[in-house]
Design a protein around this ligand. Structure first.
Ligand code: PLP
Length: 464
């Protein structure tokens, strides 16, 4: 047992191993937490309320009530850290905001598919949006209800269709005529009828990064909205297809409501046209895509999102489905990393940290901006640093031009890394993937062990 902190700081962290769990006690008196609850609410002018779960307590950044330095000591770095309270609160906010209409939140687990995260959401009654047989297996392994799962993606294989039919999923979001025929054949071989929505492409511009815009005409996703009536008529005639709904997903990290409204109005007109032809749909799935604040984006409030949607759905018979990913988990996670070396230079100063583009690829891939905060802020003068990893690529950076006061060995928290962080990590440069820790109040649980180098080549072999 190790004790950390002093009565001077007011933070007493009693750290001990307990079946992968680290427990901290934070002294109530003298605790100068910047938030009042376990889940810190961050709101700055023009930004929507997002719950992160990370706050300074007596000069040290904490996940809920656990100091991040204690997590680094116990589990090492780089390490993803998530807040249970933040994830749960973000889910509840969605659920409450849409309470006026019958709805199902289907968490898009591509954003963060750790079993512990799925378990938390399953316990709250969440459905799931999956895009592979692997993600279906994760939902089932985490105790999620496959009957509340929708299956998106342009390239579902026959084996994936079979597994999803076997599990009794709620709906296949079909993205092409060829997929519809293949699904009918697979369901026929199994003596089943496959529940189907078409993902229609409403041709709206979500005004986000081109790599995460999916609702434009040139996108590989969905079927053109003009082709949808023909496809629905075909589906209604197929013996092993049950027409169930309609689906859109126009993009990700969307920070304005206008493109959603434009797409929804188009889709509702189509639903009414189909109903007039005798093809009645049971649900309308609006996809995910609501953005979070990474830097200074003026993001959409959930209340405004709900206020836009609910009048369009009130009095209608279709159930509303949504597929949020980033908005539920993005702000609820950080990537904890340690400065290995400081390398000041004539042009630029480099802080070389132990996390790299293989751990968090968003900066390199989308030029994404993530906040970088010292775990124990220093009061000495700051300099401008490039925060880079050890990978042999000039594109290996986590952040550019950050004014920080740093010393070798310091811990840094790369913020808003709970979505599209660990799930997009790789083993490039034979780097074992980071561990993942879920904090629940004053306890930190290892929810994924750090990989070892031998695990990385366990499936490889030499020539005979
Ligand atoms: C079909 C579908 N649904 C939902 C999502 C989740 O999006 P977000 O994380 O932006 O909410 C995605 C992400 O790209 C997606 O492709």
């Amino acid at each position: 047992m190790r004790h950390q902190g002093t009565s001077q700081t007011g933070v007493h962290a009693a750290v001990g191993r307990n079946a992968g769990c680290l427990t901290n006690r934070v002294a109530g008196a003298g605790c100068a937490c910047t938030s009042t609850g376990a889940a810190a609410v961050q709101r700055t002018t023009g930004g929507a309320r997002t719950v992160s779960g990370f706050a300074l307590i007596d000069g040290e950044l904490c996940a809920e009530r656990v100091p991040l330095s204690a997590i680094a000591d116990e589990f090492g770095t780089p390490c993803y850290v998530y807040s249970r309270a933040a994830i749960e609160q973000n889910y509840r906010e969605y659920d409450t905001a849409l309470a006026a209409v019958p709805h199902l939140v289907c968490y898009a687990l591509k954003a963060n598919s750790n079993l512990a995260v799925l378990d938390l959401l399953a316990r709250l009654g969440s459905g799931f949006d999956i895009v592979s047989g692997g993600e279906l297996a994760r939902v089932i392994a985490a105790g999620g209800d496959a009957r509340k799962a929708v299956f998106s993606g342009v390239g579902k294989t026959a084996a994936e269709m079979e597994a999803a039919l076997e599990a009794g999923i709620l709906c296949f979001n079909v993205e092409s005529a060829a997929e519809l025929e293949a699904l009918d054949a697979t369901a026929g071989q199994m003596g089943r009828r496959a529940p189907v929505s078409f993902r229609v492409n409403p041709d709206v511009d979500p005004q986000t990064h081109p790599y995460i815009s999916t609702g434009l005409r040139e996108s590989k996703f969905g079927v053109p909205i003009g082709d949808a009536p023909t496809l629905y008529r075909r589906a209604a005639r197929l013996p092993h297809i049950a027409v169930r709904g309609i689906d859109i997903h126009i993009g990700s990290q969307i920070t304005t409501l206008a493109p959603y409204r434009e797409a929804i109005v188009k889709v509702i007109a189509l639903v009414d046209q189909l109903a007039a032809e005798g093809i009645a749909l049971a649900h309308v799935d609006l996809g995910g895509g609501l953005g979070i604040r990474y830097r200074d984006e003026a993001t959409v409030e959930l209340a405004d999102y709900a206020a836009m949607i609910t009048p369009l759905f009130s009095g209608r018979r279709e159930q509303l489905l949504i597929e949020p990913g980033r908005r539920l988990v993005g702000a609820a996670g950080i990537l904890l990393t340690r400065v290995i070396y400081l390398k000041p230079g004539p042009q630029r100063n480099f802080a070389i940290v132990d996390a790299a583009m293989n751990d968090l690829i968003r900066p390199a891939l989308y030029d994404a901006w993530h906040p970088v905060d010292p775990v124990r802020p220093r009061h000495s003068p700051s300099r401008e640093w490039q925060i880079v990893g050890p990978i042999c690529e000039s594109g290996d950076f986590l952040a550019h031009d950050r004014a920080l006061s740093l010393e070798q060995g310091d811990l840094l928290a790369v913020g808003a890394a709970g979505a599209y962080g660990f799930v997009m990590s790789s083993n490039y440069n034979t780097r074992p993937r980071a561990c993942e820790v879920l904090v629940d109040g004053d306890r930190a649980h290892a929810v994924r062990k750090r990989e070892s180098v031998t695990m990385l080549f366990a499936g490889e072999s030499l020539l005979p």
